[in-house]
Design a protein around this ligand. Structure first.
Ligand SMILES: *Cc1c(COP(=O)(O)O)cnc(C)c1O
Length: 380
């Protein structure tokens, strides 16, 4: 079976001999034109027309009221947590099945990640598990949520939309509202994905998207914050630019800010990529549909799009029978020059997070043993 899959992937990408990567960016539009324009203008750093325009265009695309660019998705998450009011000593509920940046960003904000299980069919935070945890372990004090065991405030919940597939974000939002918890979405992987007609990252109070080189569209390195809240947007932008207060000549800074604003040259690249996004989405949907048909006749299942979801199919994923089969497949495919990767190791198993509070993690563990990403680049 494994060799059939490997052959199928080779045929699908039409590269009989060479190495087939997991995901590479596609530059077939105005990338070079805008980069040249940017260089010719001399505005290659944090000021310039491309950064401003990129924010406007991403806001238009996602229908978020405000979009604030950052140097990468990780610091977009960090700023989102800060402006959403996460403070030192707070707890932030998140999922253990995610890329390390989600968890690290919570720690950068001096808060503690709490790990709650995911759903198998979304690979995102499970509203059922979230509710069960809060019912058992939380209490309300002065309109805020507290962990009864640790006595820490539970300020926020940060679910992640895995591989561009939406988690049950509307149900999570309603639970967060009931418990007075802020919802911050890690939509790093979700550019171009919609759920119930809304772009991922526009459900909660604030969200971050990544434009790293391995994501569906890239600015080289980069990220963006989405929010409908003007105050939060203004604070995020201020913090991202060293908290500099406008003045004709003086250096006035009113708090400890960050150098987190995306340079113009990255935004120039991003603008061209955004123009290509619809093509990328269509192309990736066709690939996902080929995979889906292929795996229908096998014991291996494909991570399908669910009802009411419009997925970007950033990274395709399959479910192997168990960890042994997973490792066999990883070995054989990579040996054959078809790049495949397992889903992340659970955060609670990493040395720095092994003592964090967690709920039962049955689904996350099940997925960790079985999920593998297969080549997903745009095919030309
Ligand atoms: C890529 C990614 C990030 C971080 O984005 P960077 O731009 O690489 O800093 C955060 N969370 C998840 C889930 C990601 O996949």
């Amino acid at each position: 079976m494994n060799s059939e899959i490997i052959d199928f992937i080779r045929d699908t990408f039409g590269e009989k001999e060479s190495f087939i990567p997991l995901h590479v960016p596609t530059f077939i539009g105005n990338e070079k034109k805008y980069l040249n324009e940017c260089i010719d203008s001399t505005f290659v750093s944090s000021v310039g027309k491309f950064v401003d325009l990129f924010e406007v265009k991403v806001a238009e695309y996602t229908k978020a009221k405000h979009a604030i660019v950052c140097v990468n998705g990780t610091n977009a998450l960090h700023l989102s947590l800060l402006v959403a009011g996460v403070e030192s000593g707070d707890e932030v509920i998140t999922q253990p099945l995610t890329f390390i940046a989600t968890t690290n960003a919570i720690v950068y904000a001096n808060a503690t990640p709490v790990f709650i299980d995911v759903d198998r069919d979304t690979m995102g935070l499970s509203p059922k598990a979230l509710k069960a945890f809060l019912e058992e372990h939380s209490e309300q004090k002065n309109g805020e949520c507290y962990n009864k065991i640790t006595n820490n405030r539970i300020k926020a919940c940060m679910p992640m939309h895995t591989f561009g597939h939406a988690c049950r974000i509307d149900e999570i939002l309603s639970i967060c509202k009931d418990y007075n918890i802020e919802l911050i979405e890690d939509a790093a992987e979700g550019m171009g994905s919609f759920y119930k007609g809304k772009h991922l990252g526009t459900f909660g109070k604030i969200a971050a998207i990544s434009f790293n080189g391995n994501k569906i569209m890239t600015t080289g390195g980069g990220g963006i914050i989405l929010t409908n809240d003007y105050e939060l947007a203004a604070r995020a932008k201020h913090l991202s630019t060293q908290s500099k207060v406008p003045h004709k000549w003086e250096y006035v800074h009113d708090n400890i800010g960050f150098n987190y604003r995306m340079p113009n040259i990255n935004a120039a690249l991003g603008l061209a990529q955004l123009e290509g996004l619809d093509f990328f989405l269509k192309n990736k949907r066709e690939l996902a549909s080929k995979y889906s048909t292929f795996f229908k006749n096998s014991e291996i299942s494909f991570f399908e799009e669910r009802d009411e979801e419009q997925c970007n199919f950033w990274l395709n994923a399959i479910f192997l029978k168990d960890r042994k089969e997973r490792d066999l497949f990883l070995g054989e495919s990579n040996e054959a020059g078809v790049m495949t990767r397992p889903i992340w190791q659970l955060m609670n198993k990493l040395p720095m997070y092994k003592n964090n509070v967690k709920g039962p993690l049955t689904n996350a563990e099940w997925l960790e043993d079985r999920v593998v990403n297969i080549p997903s680049s745009v095919r030309l």
